[in-house]
Design a protein around this ligand. Structure first.
Ligand SMILES: Nc1nc2c(ncn2[C@@H]2O[C@H](COP(=O)(O)OP(=O)(O)OP(=O)(O)O)[C@@H](O)[C@H]2O)c(=O)[nH]1
Ligand SMILES: [Mg+2]
Length: 362
């Protein structure tokens, strides 16, 4: 799962990035003029993995991973002037979801590019940049399509080009009405056909209000909308960044003192999972206990493919037991006796927390 952190200058993107990545070593840190990108991969905290690992005492324990990219350089007017082109655009486009950091902290010493703090305005401002960027891509493609269609060709090809034109026209109409593409109802085929454009407003977005240390996280409710593929949450960026630097004992005390129910890191990950409609399944053994991420609704054969394409190709059966059932049984052998361990076929819909063992032959 790749998540790109975007937002206006000084909104606290890097602060939030540090909070989320807990001072993990940066795997990339480069600056090209006004663009700067930090990348970090973090393990998804999961108590179930901890428990399975305690049960199996494996050589390796691997949590699911999330990659965060802190992408600086998104300023007002970039989408319009085509400034989102090139490396910056690629950095934003190469993510499964966007984490939009919105300034909601007051600190007068930190300059706001728009002059004052207004979260609702900033949310729209950044959204507009994404829309304008997509509009430009769609218009360019439509121009080229109409030229291609004008030239004629085999009926089948022309038909395909016209179908694409109709779809892109629909997208353009939405964008002109300031409707982000993530709000459209697209069929899986339509989604597939536009995937290569990497539209920014199509990406699920988590809006993260960066609030003051003493502010109430419930402010997020004011902004919560029923817009599809958008979630809103509030995080005390500076506080959470400090928290992320602490030793576990100290951090636990800090959480209680500040009434933080769940550290930002896990909250943001959980929200991202919901937003992206993905879930975890596990593989266990003496060698390795490992969490894997698959879309909600994925069949067993897709879970197999997530592990290795060979497992999907040679898929015979999946041995499956629910997490709670395995813990209740205490071992795979006992789960088998209790018949909570089942044999499932390719079409079985994987459930969150399933422990899966793929039987395969090549
Ligand atoms: N009080 C307060 N200050 C914050 C908070 N988050 C960030 N700041 C301050 O705001 C300034 C900018 O924070 P950054 O995290 O660098 O912001 P940014 O969005 O990465 O900025 P650019 O990369 O320049 O676009 C710093 O001085 C931070 O200390 C917060 O939650 N509360
Ligand atoms: Mg920054």
């Amino acid at each position: 799962m790749h998540i790109g952190i975007i937002g206006l200058p000084n909104s606290g993107k890097t602060t939030i990035f540090n909070a989320l990545t807990r001072g993990e070593v940066e795997t990339a840190d480069y600056s090209t003029g006004h663009m700067e990108v930090h990348t970090a991969v973090v393990q998804v905290p999961d108590a179930r993995v901890d428990k399975l690992s305690a049960m199996y005492q494996p050589k390796k324990t691997n949590y699911a991973q999330v990659q965060y990219k802190d992408i600086a350089g998104l300023a007002k007017g970039l989408g319009e002037t085509g400034g989102l082109a090139g490396p910056l655009l690629n950095e934003i486009a190469n993510n499964d979801a966007l984490l939009h950091v919105v300034r909601a902290f007051s600190n007068p010493n930190v300059l706001h590019p728009e002059g004052d703090v207004d979260a609702a305005r900033d949310i729209e401002l950044v959204e507009t940049e994404l829309l304008l960027n997509d509009m430009q891509i769609v218009s360019n493609r439509l121009d080229r399509l109409s030229q291609r269609i004008g030239k004629g060709g085999k009926p089948k090809e022309v038909q395909a080009l016209k179908a694409e034109e109709a779809l892109l026209q629909r997208l353009l109409t939405a964008l002109e009405d300031e409707i982000p593409l993530r709000q459209l109802e697209l069929s899986p085929e339509e989604e597939k056909s536009i995937r290569s454009f990497s539209f920014l407003s199509l990406k699920p977005m988590l809006i993260l209000l960066n609030i003051d240390d003493d502010a109430d996280e419930n402010v997020a409710e004011q902004f919560t909308s029923d817009r599809p593929n958008v979630a809103v949450a509030a995080l005390r960026g500076k506080l959470e960044a400090e928290l992320a630097q602490m030793e576990p004992d100290e951090a636990a005390e800090f959480l209680i003192d500040f009434g933080i129910a769940e550290p930002g890191l896990s909250r943001v990950i959980h929200l991202s999972h919901q937003l992206l409609q993905v879930q975890s399944f596990f593989t266990v053994g003496e060698d390795e206990v490992r969490a894997w991420t698959v879309p909600v609704g994925a069949p067993a054969v897709e879970a197999a493919a997530a592990i290795h394409t060979d497992l999907a190709r040679g898929f015979i059966r999946a041995e499956v037991v629910g997490y709670a059932d395995l813990i209740a049984a205490g071992s795979m052998a006992e789960a088998r006796k209790q018949a909570t361990l089942r044999l499932e076929g390719k079409e079985y819909i994987v459930q969150d927390g399933d422990i899966v063992h793929i039987r395969f032959a090549l």
